[in-house]
Design a protein around this ligand. Structure first.
Ligand code: 5GP
Ligand code: MN
Length: 451
């Protein structure tokens, strides 16, 4: 006879080891089974093992039979793993208790979560990148500096490591990013002659945003989603989603470290451009100490801050300044000065001789007005051949503009978001304005935190 404590310890050890052994057993007679309890007799010579089996009565019967037949092997393993002189005789008892349903639901959830975790995070993405030989690297339409910079950095680094890489974007790269090393490598989506082993999407919160690249993704064995948008739709077979990252460029730098790939001047330049773009030149609330530490590493590796900033923001064509002047003419203010917005009708682009992409960044002008919390830019556009408006939203301190954008089918970050709304310019200006004013009226308590 032994003490209750020892009985309990043996029962606990049995439960743990039996669970492990059953997981390892690849016996077709044994179904999806979990151990729900173990009772050990006082002389330790006998144990009742309660099990619950997923499936109908037939599966259960087959599993119980399989367990009995595997008895010899299982006992041998238990003896070895628990270092017992002799493992107890095992009696398998089906557990039909009330908690069983609950346990099975939890079991299924655990398995699913473990499965998810295996395909989630930096290490999981690094595993895919290490294994694949050929890559498609894609960004969303109207890509910004973070999308293009992070994509180029990852692609060029993989190429240096001997991988085949193609870069895809629907609709081209904006002029102020075309100088980035390798930017000329981006191709429009077209039929592929070789299926890539992995497709990687960077800075893309929603597959809807990749345009005609989307059908090509089906040909890849793996679709990798690397992003920092809180609204990411969690697409892809492997993901690394990091909303605390100021830019996807920060994530790519960490990935290169994980992969043991060294920085060169081109990669460092692309990453610096990515991080500088999404932090507004290290001025926005997403700029953390870690952001600046990474930026410092990039400068040491050859990135030139002054030159990159000049190329990103200070080499504008005359048409851009003409468009700016017209856009500022349209400035309106409401909500006691807390909301300011501008419009860009098609006619303004034509009169300035400006391209669509030159609208990028103009929303920051109403945002700089003293007292403004929310700024918006409304650009006349079309959606599937019908009139629509591209809306850019920015906030300064507390209002979550991603929530406003989400009301109209868009998304983004708390301080920068967007959407495309069907309808005429005036009507969309009115509807979005109303939503913004409602959120402003609700106040900071329900609208988000100071950031
Ligand atoms: P922008 O105003 O510069 O076009 O967009 C600002 C941010 O809002 C982008 O970085 C992106 O995160 C988000 N965003 C813009 N448009 C859309 C959209 O149509 N859908 C979603 N989900 N996000 C958008
Ligand atoms: Mn970004």
């Amino acid at each position: 006879m032994v003490s209750k404590t020892r009985m309990g310890r043996v029962a606990g050890g049995l439960e743990r080891e039996l669970s492990a052994i059953l997981r390892e057993l690849k016996d077709p007679r044994i179904g999806f089974v979990s151990i729900t309890g173990v009772e050990v007799s006082p002389d330790l010579r006998h144990a009742r093992v309660f099990v619950s089996v997923l499936g109908g009565p037939e599966t259960e019967a087959a599993t119980m039979e399989g367990l009995r037949r595997s008895q010899g092997y299982i006992r041998g393993e238990v003896t070895r793993r628990l270092r017992l002189r002799l493992a107890p005789e095992l009696e398998w008892v089906p557990d039909h208790s009330i908690e069983r349903g609950v346990r099975i639901a939890k079991l299924i959830r655990d398995v699913r979560e473990a499965e998810e975790r295996a395909h989630e995070g930096k290490e999981a993405v690094a595993r895919v990148l290490r294994a694949a030989r050929s890559f498609l690297i894609a960004v969303h339409v109207r890509p910004d500096g973070d999308a293009v910079g992070s994509a180029l950095a990852l692609g060029l680094a993989l190429e240096r490591a001997g991988r085949r890489v193609r870069f895809l974007v629907d609709g081209g790269i904006p002029r102020n990013l075309a100088w980035l090393p390798g930017a000329d490598r981006f191709e429009p989506p077209a039929a592929l002659d070789e299926a890539p082993e992995a497709a990687v999407l960077l800075d893309c919160g929603d597959l809807e945003r990749v345009g005609q690249v989307r059908p090509l993704l089906d040909q890849a064995q793996e679709v990798v989603n690397i992003d920092h948008h809180p609204s990411n739709t969690r697409f892809g077979s492997t993901r690394w989603l990091e909303p605390s990252a100021a830019a996807v460029g920060e994530q790519v730098l960490d990935l290169l470290d994980e992969l043991g790939l060294e920085l060169d001047e081109r990669v460092a330049t692309a990453l610096f451009a990515s991080i500088a773009s999404d932090t507004g030149g290290f001025r926005y609330a997403n700029t953390r100490a870690e952001t600046l530490e990474r930026a410092a590493r990039l400068v040491r590796a050859g990135a030139k801050p002054a030159e990159i900033s000049r190329r990103l923001w200070e080499e504008r064509p005359l048409s851009s300044l003409r468009l700016l002047s017209r856009t500022l003419e349209s400035l309106e203010v409401a909500a006691g000065g807390a909301y300011a917005w501008v419009r860009v009708p098609r006619a303004a682009l034509e009169a300035a001789g400006a391209a669509e992409e030159e609208v990028e960044g103009l929303v920051n002008y109403p945002r700089t007005l003293q007292g403004v919390e929310v700024a918006a830019l409304f650009q006349e556009a079309s959606l599937e051949g019908r009139p629509a408006v591209r809306v850019s939203l920015r906030s300064n301190r507390w209002l979550d503009v991603a929530r406003v954008a989400a009301r109209f089918g868009g998304g983004g970050h708390a301080r920068a978001a967007g959407c495309t709304v069907p309808g005429a310019l005036d009507e969309v200006v009115r509807r979005v304005g109303q939503a913004v004013e409602e959120e402003l009226a609700a106040g900071p308590e329900s609208g988000g935190e100071e950031a």
